[in-house]
Design a protein around this ligand. Structure first.
Ligand SMILES: C[S@@+](CC[C@H](N)C(=O)[O-])C[C@H]1O[C@@H](n2cnc3c(N)ncnc32)[C@H](O)[C@@H]1O
Length: 332
């Protein structure tokens, strides 16, 4: 006999609220100031193309969208806005462990926002996903969140359980180990390249460089207790594929892709390794402008070599889109 899940509206109505947010977990602030998140990454507004591209991918892969969607780790709503606009299902549960992030996301929506799907907001730590009802969601969406979750195998198992047949877990902007390791190896060659050019490394440059390479090594290592770290893991597509398969999820991986690549004007936003590397160091690692000038000038041979290895195919996969689709309901 098939057990149908409790209807979503009844389940939501039965949840308790605290300070206006549905409570699925204990709240937890982000490790960095949430109010400064957008200015840190140079983001002025959510990107509607991200959610639109994600919803187009659901269509391309025949994902069931008749039930509710859930976002895990909404942050400031960079992905949320477009999903709320384009998701065809009736409900969208927007979650984050941080109530401040929930507020910042909610503030993105004007009263005349055109999306049809009903928006709900809950405090949820993904480590508690197994507490949610089985078969409740058609779609789970995430952007740049999986690498923050402590126990990824448990999370994937729980996601498979809460998804409906033909539903999907779809994740973008997750770091792939091989690509980040390559960035760190190139970054480690910066001091010698500058020395050869007669440029002395400033102490502040050394500190930022070490911050990046130490973080890469930390995320690669698997023999550490990462409970209290914010950024925790890197991923290998083949491992996520095997993990998904264990729980009935079939992986489609789009190397170097972003969700917005699947929305108009359908342009692949990843140009080449050197472009990604330089943008990452400037905007994510906040390397100083003088330091960036020296890197652009004296790291040309290393960056060009890697670009030339990928003239007509995407790569190296520093990041990408992961779509893990659940199988259909087998009757009989
Ligand atoms: C790098 S930010 C990405 C935010 C947003 N998705 C975006 O693309 O801009 C990571 C997000 O994951 C959330 N997060 C961290 N640990 C989490 C966990 N254990 N469960 C769910 N979300 C988590 C953070 O609060 C934050 O909103």
């Amino acid at each position: 006999m098939i057990t149908l899940p409790e209807p979503f509206p009844a389940w939501i109505a039965g949840l308790s609220k605290w300070h206006g947010w549905l409570q699925l977990s204990a709240e937890r602030a982000y490790m960095h100031d949430e109010e400064q998140y957008n200015s840190h990454y140079g983001v002025s507004a959510p990107d509607p193309g991200e959610g639109e591209g994600l919803c187009n991918l659901l269509v391309i892969h025949g994902v069931d969208t008749t039930g509710p969607a859930m976002e895990v780790g909404c942050g400031t709503g960079f992905l949320t806005h477009g999903v709320a606009r384009h998701y065809p299902g009736p409900d969208y549960l927007i979650t984050d462990p941080s109530p401040t992030f929930l507020r910042l996301t909610k503030e993105q929506f004007d009263s005349d926002f055109p999306g049809q799907t009903r928006r709900h907001y809950a405090v949820l730590n993904a480590d508690d996903l197994s507490r949610l009802p089985a078969g409740m969601f058609s779609v789970i969406v995430m952007r740049s969140t999986l690498h923050h979750i402590l126990n990824v195998p448990e999370f994937i198992a729980a996601a498979a359980r809460v998804l409906r047949p033909d539903g999907a877990l779809i994740m973008g902007a997750e770091p792939c180990e091989a690509g980040y390791l390559l960035m760190a190896a190139v970054a480690q060659s910066i001091p010698n390249a500058l020395k050869a050019a007669g440029v002395e490394m400033r102490p502040s440059w050394i500190a930022k460089l070490n911050e990046f390479t130490d973080t890469v090594q930390y995320c690669c290592n698997r023999d550490l207790d990462k409970t209290y770290a914010e950024d925790k893991h890197f991923f290998h597509p083949h491992e996520l594929s095997e993990l998904g398969a264990t729980h009935g999820l079939n992986l489609k991986f789009y190397p170097t892709a972003a969700f917005r690549d699947f929305a108009p004007p359908y342009i692949h936003s990843f140009h080449c390794f050197s472009n990604f590397f330089l943008i990452y160091m400037e905007f994510c690692m906040l390397f100083e402008p003088d330091f960036m000038d020296q890197i652009r000038r004296h790291l040309q041979p290393q960056l060009k070599f890697i670009d030339d290895c990928h003239r007509v195919h995407p790569g190296p996969a520093i990041t990408g889109v992961f779509l893990l689709k659940k199988g259909s309901l087998q009757l009989g």
